[in-house]
Design a protein around this ligand. Structure first.
Ligand code: NDP
Length: 341
């Protein structure tokens, strides 16, 4: 059994050396005595997610997720197979997704709170780290509930080729919206328009002035902004929102490695344009996940959704894959394969 442990709390940009692979003895095969209600999982796929950066720091006050503990296995979303179970809701052989450890095998003590049994194992199981799991449900809830979109509205998505962004764009197109995305390379921009069906896209790293880029793509302004990056992009978007526009504050990845966050200069636009900016955390909405799983499993089978994942091979490569999110190395949803069966 191997695990990835946090070696030290992190400040600034995370490094591979902040984590290490540790061998911890032989592979377990049973839920140990005294762990009633637990399941033993063999981890198959791990999800690399930007919020994990926050958990690598030491916080004075607990945020909505606890900090990682130095010397212990990193935890995060993943897909696994139940090896043994002493919980009536899970049986050996079930495939599950949810909170697990960055290790070959994990003992999940309270599985009904941490895991969902996968109802469509006939689809690629790795999809449950993204499209059919947390990131996809984030895109769905964030777009349909927080953005309150209407057909024909003009929608802008940042970090648009990533796990969440590629799906927000497609959900918006399915609703009949006009959709533009930004991403950090020309290849990603091409993906947006050619694979995911965005109406337009731009490489934010090549634009001298983000305000000018947004005016070019949205001469009449933006109704809905799906916010993934924060910082200078948010400031430029505020200048381009239409009256009564809505901003779903999903994340602000450009701020996660900064000691001092960037200032936002154009907040007065919120008043002048009667904007609504609303943050949300996907886990508050899991009560509706099963509805999402059925809807999107059907979309996948009908070929209504395109999906791109970036797959790293092996637990030992998970630290590099996680860190890559913050330089835009990933093209699509970043997944790590630990084992295939
Ligand atoms: P992605 O798959 O989009 O990967 C992260 C991407 O962010 C990178 O590929 C890179 O793309 C972009 N990026 C990295 N650094 C910067 C920067 N400094 N400025 C601008 N862009 C940057 O990640 P996810 O789709 O998983 O997550 C997207 C956002 O959604 C994140 O902010 C995340 O925290 C948030 N989130 C929030 C949830 C919630 O419950 N509220 C749940 C899940 C995610 P590029 O090459 O285009 O720069």
């Amino acid at each position: 059994n191997r695990r990835i442990v946090l070696r030290n709390h992190v400040t600034g940009f995370p490094k591979e050396s902040d984590m290490e692979l540790v061998a911890t003895g032989t592979a377990p095969s049973r839920v140990p005595e005294g762990s009633a209600g637990a399941v033993l999982l063999k981890n198959l796929y791990l999800s690399c997610d930007p919020y994990m950066r926050s958990r690598m720091s030491k916080h004075e006050e607990t945020s909505y997720v606890p900090d990682f503990v130095v010397g212990e296995a990193i935890t995060g979303y993943g897909v696994g197979k139940v090896v043994d179970s002493s919980h009536p809701g899970f049986k050996a052989g079930d495939y599950v997704w949810g909170m697990t450890g960055w290790e070959d095998y994990s003992l999940i003590k309270d599985p009904s709170k941490a895991l969902f049994v996968i109802r469509h194992p006939e689809l690629p199981l790795s999809y449950y780290t993204g499209l059919l799991g947390m990131a996809g449900f984030t895109a769905y809830v964030g777009f349909h509930e927080i953005c309150a979109p209407k057909e024909g509205e003009r929608v802008f998505v940042s970090a648009a080729s990533g796990a969440v962004g590629q799906l927000v764009g497609q959900f918006a197109k399915l609703m009949g919206c006009y959709v533009v995305g930004s991403a950090g390379s020309d290849d990603k921009v091409k993906l947006l328009t050619e694979k995911f069906g965005f109406d337009d896209a731009f490489n934010y790293k090549k634009e001298k002035d983000l305000n000018v880029a947004l005016k070019r793509c949205f001469p009449e302004g933006i109704d809905v902004y799906f916010e993934n990056v924060g910082g200078a992009m948010l400031d430029a978007v505020l200048l381009n929102m239409r009256v009564r526009g809505r901003v779903a504050a999903c994340g602000m990845i450009s701020q996660y490695n900064l000691d001092l966050p960037d200032p936002v200069h154009n907040l007065m636009a919120v008043v002048a344009k009667r904007l609504r900016i609303e943050g949300f955390i996907v886990s508050d909405h899991y009560g509706r996940y099963r509805e999402y799983e059925e809807t999107v499993a059907r979309y996948v089978k009908e070929g209504k959704i395109a999906y791109v994942e970036d797959v790293a091979e092996g637990l030992e490569n998970s630290p590099a894959a996680l860190i890559g999110l913050f330089s835009g190395r990933n093209v699509g949803k970043q997944v790590v394969v630990v084992a295939t069966e």
